[in-house]
Design a protein around this ligand. Structure first.
Ligand SMILES: C[S@@+](CC[C@H](N)C(=O)[O-])C[C@H]1O[C@@H](n2cnc3c(N)ncnc32)[C@H](O)[C@@H]1O
Length: 228
């Protein structure tokens, strides 16, 4: 089982690296709830920070829509970052430690993405606050929510790292799969995004990730957009 000290390494397992080399790099693989906010914000000349960028899939997705943009990807896994730099040398990729985004400096970006990561680490509130601090325009992020009490304990709700490999080594590694009570999530978002001009969200009910072991049969996949 993984613990906090090794969570960043879990993202570097072979099956996980392969998965993000092949997936989430085209518009067809962006979820409708993500496009809901993304589509209207992609303008030429945009600066973008992608927190939890994996191998820069969103830079490829965005390049399908606009040509002139500045993209910086940040990730806790060094191998993801190394692969991203090789794949997309025209962009900037920065290796960060969980909760320490000092390597990014104080620059603000027109668009900040934190997609597919917040429900998978316990210090997600700090990550969200750091993302908001670097948001000059809009921040798009997603949470997993439900009507029950918040579950942040990885012994009760977890995701294995078995990304379609059917590999027991990957299956044994667990990250938290954080389910937030929806009212609580809303309160935290509003408390974190201080000074936001608008805060909107777009959600739908869906079965949890196939690799998740969690008490909820259905979760609310909630994509949020906060704008200054
Ligand atoms: C499920 S993938 C999502 C990748 C991409 N954002 C997407 O939506 O397709 C999660 C990525 O976030 C990274 N990650 C996990 N926790 C992180 C954290 N606290 N700060 C930055 N990156 C993190 C992982 O290394 C992994 O590459």
């Amino acid at each position: 089982m993984s613990d906090k000290a090794t969570d960043h390494q879990a993202w570097g397992l072979p099956g996980v690296l392969d998965f993000f080399a092949e997936r989430r790099g085209t518009g067809a693989e962006v979820y409708p709830s993500e496009w809901f906010f993304l589509k209207d914000r992609l303008k030429e000349g945009l600066s973008i920070l992608d927190i939890g960028c994996a191998q820069g899939g969103f830079a490829q997705v965005i390049a399908e829509r606009i040509k002139n943009f500045c993209y910086v990807g940040a990730d806790v896994n060094a191998e993801m970052i190394a692969r991203a730099r090789t794949r997309l040398p025209q962009h900037t990729f920065i290796h960060v430690r969980e909760g320490d985004f000092s390597a990014l400096g104080d620059e603000k970006f027109d668009l900040v993405l934190a997609l597919g990561i917040l429900h998978l680490h316990e210090t997600w509130r700090e990550t969200l606050a750091a993302a908001w601090a670097r948001t000059g325009g809009a921040m798009i992020f997603d949470l997993r929510e439900w009507s029950g009490l918040t579950i942040a304990d990885r012994s009760q709700s977890y995701m294995t790292m078995d990304f379609h490999r059917n590999d027991n080594t990957h299956k044994a590694i667990r990250l938290p799969y954080i389910l937030l009570n929806s009212d609580e999530a809303r309160q935290i978002v509003f408390e974190t995004c201080i000074g936001a001009r608008t805060i909107n969200h777009h959600d739908y009910a869906h079965a949890p990730s196939a690799t998740a072991v969690t008490p909820a049969k259905l979760v609310t996949m909630n994509t949020w957009c906060a704008e200054r």
